[in-house]
Design a binder for this molecule. Sequence first.
Ligand code: ATP
Length: 303
Amino acid sequence: MKRLRLCRNRNRKENRNMDALEVKGLQKEYKDFTLSDISFSIPKGYIMGYVGQNGSGKTTTLSLISHLIRADGGTCVIDGLRYEEQPIAYRAAIGFVGDSDGLLPDFTVKNIRSICRDFYPTFREQEFNDYMKKWKLPEKKKIKEFSRGMRVKLMFAIALARDTRVLILDEATNGLDPVVRQEILEILQDYISDGEHSVLFSTHILSDLEQIADYIFFINGGKKIFCETKEDLQEEWMLVKGGPGDLDARARKCLVGIKESGVGFEAIVRSDDAACLPPGCLLEKPLIDQIIVHMIQDMEGKS
Ligand SMILES: Nc1ncnc2c1ncn2[C@@H]1O[C@H](COP(=O)(O)OP(=O)(O)OP(=O)(O)O)[C@@H](O)[C@H]1O
């Protein structure tokens, strides 16, 4: 793992100004939901975590970028390719792994290999076979008899055995056991380690993002709340804990997402505002999980 990181950092420096994915002003209007003005970019060699509560617009965004659904506005560019100009090359540049897979239930690995061979010019059959062997996926069993973990592995193998530029993962690791999840996270790090590939990764398992994401995009109610590097976020915010008597009016003003119980409180505070807290409070570096949870608590308190 250490070796991967070192290699990744070297290549990332070289590609700092090159975006693998650039999204500008993406919009989608449903009857009861609007995804509005979503913009961000992921440099080559980086992983972005796309997070938000249920129904916040994650799948909608990822489906728009993958052109599984049509946008009402905005543009997406993948490694210089625009869908409107080069639809086939654009689609070929994306490896999409979703939560509800599109694998045909009566097909076998054998059938899928044959389709991939015909359909994807850059399909690397040997690499696909190596994944099948490594993950012990049976050749002749029907997909409908696969476990969820087996199906997700098969989808990853299809995506990884092609010459893609960006992997788009829509809650792909949810429901996987911790060993398989860890294995997938390592594969993702490996995927970006040459500084040429990038990953956009939506998940509710924020500890996964803690481990591998470079950027965090937080969406709420179809709107961007922030998009920052993980390091910046963890420098910008601090986790605060204190006893029941520690919360005075001044402290309440600068705390975000206060959760109170009989034994005290927990919240986040901007690092610049930490000086306004009473002396008894405990300050810690927050996990991404804690920043998001307290922000949601704050937004729900205000709505
Ligand atoms: N085809 C559709 N027609 C109408 N509304 C839709 C459609 N697809 C999604 N929506 C609505 O768009 C909103 C965002 O849904 P989306 O699936 O993008 O959320 P999400 O953040 O991925 O949620 P989750 O974490 O639960 O998967 C929801 O209110 C959903 O009902």
